[in-house]
Every structure is written in C-alpha cells, then in structure tokens.
Design a binder for this molecule. Sequence first.
Ligand SMILES: CCCCCCCC/C=C\C/C=C/C(=O)SCCNC(=O)CCNC(=O)[C@H](O)C(C)(C)COP(=O)(O)OP(=O)(O)OC[C@H]1O[C@@H](n2cnc3c(N)ncnc32)[C@H](O)[C@@H]1OP(=O)(O)O
Length: 248
Amino acid sequence: MGVAVMKLRNPPVNSLSLECLTEFTISLEKLENDKSIRGVILTSECPGIFSAGLDLLEMYGRNPAHYAEYWKNVQELWLRLYTSNMILVSAINGASPAGGCLLALCCDYRVMADNPKYTIGLNESLLGIVAPFWFKDMYVNTIGHREAERALQLGTLFSPAEALKVGVVDEVVPEDQVHSKARSVMTKWLAIPDHSRQLTKNMMRKATADNLIKQREADIQNFTSFISKDSIQKSLHMYLEKLKQKKG
Ligand SMILES: CCCCCCCC/C=C\C/C=C/C(=O)SCCNC(=O)CCNC(=O)[C@H](O)C(C)(C)COP(=O)(O)OP(=O)(O)OC[C@H]1O[C@@H](n2cnc3c(N)ncnc32)[C@H](O)[C@@H]1OP(=O)(O)O
C-alpha cells in the first residue's frame, strides 16, 4: 500500500548520533523521492526505547566546529521530517525523551504503547539545557501554549496516560497492538487524496518551519556558543554521571 516502516536501530538507546542523524535524513530523502511511497511508520528496534534523543556525547567535550556540524544535521533532519509530504505515523514503543519526543512530534499521528515505564516529553530543562525555539514552537503547536510552558519549564516526562490527556500523543494502546494500530491509522490517512492533505499539512506547518529556515545560521551559532559554555558542559557532565550511577 505504499507504506514504509522505518525502524530506528542505534543500540543501546537509539541516541541520535551524528552518523545516525545523517543516515536517517538520507533514508527519509530516498523515501520522499520514491513516488510509490505515501506513508512512513516510524518506530524503534531497541527494546523499550523509542529514542533517547540527541546524543549527549555529540554535545559534550567536543570542539565548536563539531557542535556546529552536529546542530546543522539536527536542523536538517527536523526540517525534512516536519515538512515531509508523506504521511508520518509514529509507533512509540518505548521511552521517548527530548529529541526522541521531537521525532514523534514531527509525525502526523502518534500511537504510544501503554506501559507506564515509557515516558515522553521535552525534558531538556532537567539536563540544565534549554529546548531550542523550534522544539518549543512544535510543542506549542501540539499541546497549546499553557501546557507547553509548564511542561518545558518542569522538563516533564509524561506517562502514556498523561501524554494522551495533554495531547502529546493521539492514542495509547496495549504494547502488542502498537504496530497494528499504527497500520490501521495509516490506512485511514491514506484514504485522503494526497494533494489536499499535503497542501493542508503545508498550510499548518509552513510558518513554524520557515521560522527556523530564516535563521538557521544564527541558530547554529547560538547552539554552539550555548553548548560550549563551561556551566553547560558541567551540567551535561553531571547528567551523564547520573545516568552512569543509575546502573551501579
Ligand atoms: C539560550 C538558548 C540557546 C539555545 C541552545 C539550545 C541548546 C539545546 C540543546 C540540545 C537539545 C537537547 C535535546 C536532547 O535530546 S538531549 C538528550 C536527552 N535525553 C535524555 O535525557 C535521555 C537520557 N537517557 C535516559 O533517560 C535513559 O538512558 C533511557 C530511559 C533512554 C534508557 O534507560 P536504560 O535502558 O536504563 O539505559 P541506560 O540509562 O543505562 O543507558 C544506556 C547507555 O546509554 C547512554 N545514554 C543514554 N541516553 C543517552 C543519550 N541521549 N546520549 C548518549 N548516551 C546516552 C547511557 O549513558 C548508558 O551509557 P553507558 O553507561 O556507557 O552504558
């Protein structure tokens, strides 16, 4: 039926390393250029994790040129996903913090597994960093200004039930039904003529995408100088240590 399934596979936690981001963007571009493909189901092959978000090791202890290169690729993936002409449905089968949530938010419809261990949200403030304005814009578009304001400041990671209530996801289903539900949602969306759906999607999303397009270079510079600050590097170090200690 012209539907591709993209499975994120970057063990152990599907963090979005530079390599992973680049491969993702290229795959997406190929699908976009394949006229037989009308929809993509985005999911994960890592058990219990949709995506741990941006790779913290790409943002910690590197040089400014690396940060700039990394951020350019984050922007590129976001712009491709958010403005895709294809129907994107996410089958969220695991934890989905920060950049993981961003991937899901780019989709036209989000189905999440009903497992309270899985959480989703833009938790950047918990790491001592700030969600960029275009993450924020998409959050506001999805859940409204007040909910986004609160969730962004608190760095809230929502359980599936909470995410459904606030509108971060569209549907919560038993874990073994995430994929079948994503497929049935896709079938419904495929019934809409592409041209009218695509024009409508473009009308809804263009201003948000253009907001980044018109200041991409400045955004890269902001990111690079922000992430290079000693205080921010210290926060990231502490967060990485906390992740390590969780194990021991
Ligand atoms: C003034 C304004 C200027 C604007 C500037 C803008 C700046 C904004 C910058 C960036 C935006 C950031 C977006 C992000 O996405 S940051 C990443 C946020 N992600 C997280 O907080 C998730 C962290 N991870 C977890 O919570 C857990 O790992 C888990 C729930 C995903 C999985 O848990 P579990 O199965 O128990 O695995 P472990 O915790 O044991 O992890 C295994 C292994 O993986 C490492 N790891 C986890 N997450 C990441 C990651 N995001 N990047 C890199 N590595 C990660 C973890 O450290 C373990 O490593 P190991 O000890 O070496 O095995």
